[in-house]
Design a protein around this ligand. Structure first.
Ligand SMILES: O=c1[nH]c(=O)c2[nH]c(=O)[nH]c2[nH]1
Length: 307
């Protein structure tokens, strides 16, 4: 034979598993991207196509989701150790299991209470923002007389583990979506807001403070809105900013609906009591809208991806 097989491994990469632990109304989130790579006695499948030693990659995926339910996710390390031990000890041909895990950290959204139905709350127990990853943006245009400042942020990931429903929508012959009365609502906020400051340099807004406050109001509105649709949540986020920040007249959002699908664990004899989700990355719903101070003409472009 002129060739021989060298190093080889296989498995399912990037299993996006989200585990929500509901401790009364305080929820805890573990959000992992788990990649499984198995190796061992795999010569035959490569040389002859015999699958006798091959545990399907599909099974490795199922195992990740089932283990999230059966063993929980205490830490990425503990979860990876469980998985690796399982593959090597349960399948004779598998000698080595390499589990790679990325963990995405979420922190609770802090709110100041105020005009919400969570008056007095300082942390919403089911609302989370992904740790320190958003990108702040600004676009400044000056024609020698007037300024236009459009600032914003993108890639600010937020999630509500409850207080989100979606039902009562149009149904035609292609509609299969089941109505949801308690779903996960997650999005990566992309928002651009336009300042009404155009000329008087002595009255320029405090840009740093304005950004902090706009971000805060947006997060609070996300956390505090009992959502019947992402569209409704979007409008609440926008109007909270317009109503709280007199220097901002217009805000546009582009919000992907980051779907979290409950994993069917019945085939493994496990009940999924709203705990283990598959976080799909595509396709996603994309909800976009502008919220304006009444009487103001819109200026932020509909397609704001380049802003
Ligand atoms: O908040 C939502 N808005 C929609 O328009 C929509 N469409 C859909 O399938 N799911 C959802 N969720």
């Amino acid at each position: 034979m002129p060739t021989i097989l060298g190093q080889n491994q296989y498995g399912k990469a990037e299993n996006r598993v989200v585990k929500i632990t509901r401790d009364g109304d305080t929820h805890h989130i573990k959000d992992l991207n788990v990649s499984v790579a198995l190796s061992g006695d795999m010569d035959d499948v490569h040389y002859s196509g015999s699958n006798a030693n091959v545990l399907p990659t599909d099974t490795t995926k199922n195992t990740v989701f089932a283990f999230a339910k059966e063993h929980g996710i205490e830490s990425a390390e503990q979860f990876g150790i469980h998985l690796a031990r399982h593959f090597v000890s349960s399948q004779e041909p598998i000698r080595t299991a390499r589990i790679r895990i990325e963990e995405y950290s979420w922190e609770r959204i802090a709110t100041s209470g105020g005009n919400s139905r969570f008056i007095g709350a300082d942390e919403v127990k089911h609302s989370f923002v992904r740790k320190g990853q958003e990108i702040r943006t600004t676009q400044i245009t000056y024609d020698g007389e007037e300024w236009q400042v459009i600032s914003g942020l993108k890639e600010l990931s937020v999630m509500n583990s409850t207080n989100s429903e979606f039902w009562g929508y149009v149904k035609d012959k292609y509609t299969t979506l089941k109505e949801a009365y308690d779903r996960v609502l997650a999005t990566d906020v992309s928002a651009r807001w336009r300042y009404n400051w155009t000329s008087d340099e002595a009255r320029m807004p405090n840009w740093e403070k304005s950004y902090e406050q706009a971000r805060k109001h947006m997060l609070e509105a996300f956390a505090e809105t009992y959502s019947l649709s992402l569209q409704q949540t979007l409008y609440q986020m926008g109007s909270r900013i317009i109503n709280s920040r007199s220097e901002i007249d217009e805000i546009r959002f582009s919000l992907p609906n980051n779907h979290h699908f409950l994993v069917d664990l019945e085939p493994f004899g496990l009940k999924n009591d709203n705990e283990v989700y598959f976080a799909a990355d595509r396709p996603y719903g994309l909800i976009e809208a502008t919220v304006l101070r009444d009487g103001i003409e819109p200026q932020i472009p509909v397609d704001m991806t380049n802003l």
